[in-house]
Unconditional design. Sequence first.
Length: 115
Amino acid sequence: MSEEPCPACGASPQLVWVHGHAQCVNCGTPVIPCCTGVGQELDEQTFAHHAVTVEDVLAAFDRCAGPASAVTLQSLLLEIVQHEDCTQDDARAAVERAAALRRLVLIDGIVRRQG
């Protein structure tokens, strides 16, 4: 088991093994890739990949929204992709984690910060 907190949500290091990979029990983010230790077959970028955290999403929301209380999902995704150098799928997954953790509210393509 990893001693590091989850890179996506910051929860304590509690992992569950699912189909050969370990994921955070809090948010479901894969923390240990499938088939770790197989050798050269693993893509080296898997280990260098920077997971977009909920805190990264909230910071992107603040940059994007400024004094406004809401932003479009598309503008938030663009801000995350540009600032975190990640794919749009990674950005969307991070926004969905933030919404699942009730840090953001996402309704009809509009994102609001909660709390």
